[in-house]
Design a protein around this ligand. Structure first.
Ligand code: ADP
Ligand code: MG
Length: 629
């Protein structure tokens, strides 16, 4: 509890004791009315002075209709009518409700930041004279060397200079997948250094490091509100004044009608009865339950998801995710591991395997595509990158690079076609890279990729949730069809250029129902246009890929496609809780308003309808947090 909450708690306890004293006093000692009132005013002001002050301030500032106003009018009215006990009780329970709510909100905020415990406190900077100085991460510059001891968090992104260690990524991805790193490896802030001592050359200032980006994203996520959230805000703005006027009408109309002889004989005609009912009405109507519990639910959903390594950029995306009807996947790097290994090499007559491999590896040396990496892995050792220059990559086709002064093409059949090079169609299974140098065909390299271990379950899980699954790929039909069949996707389209992927997504968007959303899942490599076009763009394997974090609405920190099912489950649960709260709160309120107007529900019922409903709604909202532990 914070200091302020403790103070409120003490006030509540004090007021409760004073109220009991007042009740005993007025019950056992016959007091004139003004002394009884005075006895009750002591607990009343003890517990309610701040609400009364806020209500007066609201009136002064022209923002009359809020819950402070409702409570102030209702309780002052009750006191004026001589219902002292009720007046004090309403204030008391209202404050208990407020305390509970601020405690619950504070607790969920804390637990999220704690569990997303990635913010580094300090960095150990190596100074020019070799000493180690502890500084705040903001003070470290690009090119500085920092020392990371075992057990410490990596404070900034960088490249290992010396030392070897295992990094634990659990805080970022929600799963602990230890990763071995050594000299030359890039490392990402937010991981925990498990065992070795690392010297790291910083490659990004703190503000641009992974940790800072993720924290910013999570903190800003409450700004993007879901439709229901906006609806409730608007609703409350309109609803509170409406209820106030309704209460006024309830207080005035029946007695006036009674004076005019228009009231049915069975109804009471006195002013006191109707004013009292109107005040009850005000207490019941307080919209706090919704105004508080709905954002809290989204907050819990977003927080819970981020703990599982799923960053959702706003409540609106959580809402959209819950209504996903079509899930479209990119193949390479998304459903397949994106780690290719060379499976067959077919040089053209008169070309050696090495010539072919070297040309391909050098041509690909600037590319970040998984295919490029695999070729470099196989032939890159000992090659001088300086031999390659002026690389141009055509998304969905391949690269064209000057190697030793001649243009080398490496890519699929489409690329060869575009440059008018005749190639021998390779029969090998998997993805085929054709290579040509200076207009001469050098041969082909077949590389294999395999589905991720969880991909099949992920597709099955989505189908189980009634989601249609589609796979889009720029790879050739021959390489893509076996993957699609093995995973069991509903629909597959191969040989697509990035623009074709957009066209396919457009088509799927048009074909699906209005109520359903389309989610696109990609690895962030050359699929930014589709990520933007989809209702929900989801980038996976975002660890270290800034482009993916920027372009997507939902970011899966690791590259596990099963996280999509998890994200959807969280989203659906969140929406279920939101609607439970809306229906429950409005239903109870409507019922009690009716009972209040008819004089069946008194102030004591009103307190339950207000504070009780709020507490239950908040408790229901906090389920969203508990579920993710
Ligand atoms: P996917 O749609 O499966 O993610 P991409 O759009 O990244 O695949 O690439 C589609 C195809 O384009 C690849 O299968 C490959 O044939 C070719 N290609 C793309 N980039 C490269 C590259 N750097 N080197 C060789 N071929 C490439
Ligand atoms: Mg791709």
């Amino acid at each position: 509890m914070t200091k302020k909450q403790k103070k409120t708690l003490r006030r509540i306890l004090l007021a409760a004791v004073l109220a009991v004293c007042a009740a005993l006093l007025t019950h056992f000692v016959p007091l004139p009315w003004y002394l009884a009132l005075a006895a009750w005013l002591v607990p009343y002001f003890t517990i309610g002075y701040d609400v009364l002050r806020k209500a007066l301030l609201g009136i002064k500032n022209g923002e009359v209709f809020d819950e402070n106003f409702l409570m102030a009018v209702a309780t002052v009215g009750a006191m004026a009518l001589g219902e002292y006990g009720e007046g004090v009780a309403v204030m008391l329970f209202y404050q208990i409700g407020e305390l509970f709510q601020s405690y619950a909100v504070g607790k969920s905020r804390r637990s999220i930041t704690e569990l997303m415990d990635i913010r580094p406190d300090s960095a150990n900077l190596q100074t020019a004279d070799g000493e180690i100085k502890t500084v705040s991460p903001e003070e470290v510059h690009i090119g500085d060397v920092i020392v990371i001891r075992p057990g410490e968090k990596v404070p900034l992104d960088g490249v290992v200079q010396s030392g070897e260690s295992t990094l634990n990524t659990a805080a970022l991805t929600g799963e602990s997948k230890p990763r071995r790193v050594g000299p030359g490896d890039g490392i990402i802030s937010g991981c925990v250094n498990a065992d070795g001592l690392l010297y790291v050359r910083v490659s990004k200032p703190y503000g641009e490091s992974t940790v800072a980006k993720i924290l910013e994203l999570v903190e800003n996520s409450s700004l993007k509100k879901a439709k229901v959230e906006n609806f409730i805000t608007k609703f409350a703005r309109w609803y509170t004044p409406a209820v106030c006027y309704a209460a006024l009408a309830l207080a005035l109309v029946p007695p006036l009608a009674g004076m005019a002889g228009l009231l049915p004989a069975a109804w009471p005609a006195g002013w006191g009865v109707w004013i009292s009912r109107a005040l009850t009405f005000l207490v019941i109507s307080c919209p706090c339950a919704l105004v508080i519990s709905i954002p809290l639910t989204f907050f819990g959903g977003i927080g819970g998801a981020s703990r599982a390594g799923i960053l959702v950029k706003g409540g609106n995306y959580l809402e959209a995710l819950a209504h996903t009807g079509v899930a479209v996947f990119d193949k390479t790097g998304t459903l397949t591991r994106g780690v290719f290994t060379v499976t067959a090499v077919a040089p053209a007559p008169g070309v050696t395997e090495n010539e072919l491999g070297e040309a391909a590896a050098l041509a690909e040396s600037f590319s970040g595509h998984p295919i490029a990496k695999s070729l470099w892995e196989r032939w890159g050792a000992g090659l001088d990158r300086a031999r390659a220059a002026d690389a141009r990559e055509t998304a969905g086709q391949g690269v064209c690079t000057q190697v030793d002064g001649a243009a080398v093409l490496a890519g699929n059949a489409r690329l060869m076609e575009a440059h008018g090079i005749a190639c021998t169609p390779a029969e090998a299974a998997g993805t085929v890279v054709y290579v040509a140098k200076g207009g001469r065909y050098l041969g082909s390299i077949a590389i294999g990729d395999e589905p991720k271990p969880t991909a099949k379950d992920a597709i099955a899980g989505l189908k189980g949730q009634g989601v249609r699954t589609v796979m889009l790929t720029g790879d050739a039909e021959a390489a893509a069809a076996p993957v699609a069949a093995a995973l069991g996707v509903d629909e597959m389209h191969a040989g697509l250029l990035p623009a074709d992927k957009v066209a396919q997504v457009e088509r799927l968007l048009a074909a699906k129902g209005d109520k359903q959303n389309l989610a696109f899942v990609g690895d962030g490599i050359n699929d930014a246009p589709v990520l933007m076009r989809a209702d929900v763009g989801i980038a996976m394997g975002a660890l270290g890929s800034d482009a993916a974090i920027e372009a997507a609405d939902v970011v899966l920190m690791d590259d596990d496609p099963a996280k999509l099912c998890r994200a959807m489950r969280i989203a659906r649960k969140c929406m279920a809780i939101v609607w439970q709260n809306i229906i429950f709160a409005l239903g109870i309120k409507a019922l009690f308003l009716l009972l209040g107007a008819l004089g069946i529900a008194n102030m004591w019922w009103a307190v339950f309808a207000d504070v009780g409903v709020m507490v239950l709604a908040v408790l229901n909202a906090t389920r969203m947090l508990a579920a993710q532990k």
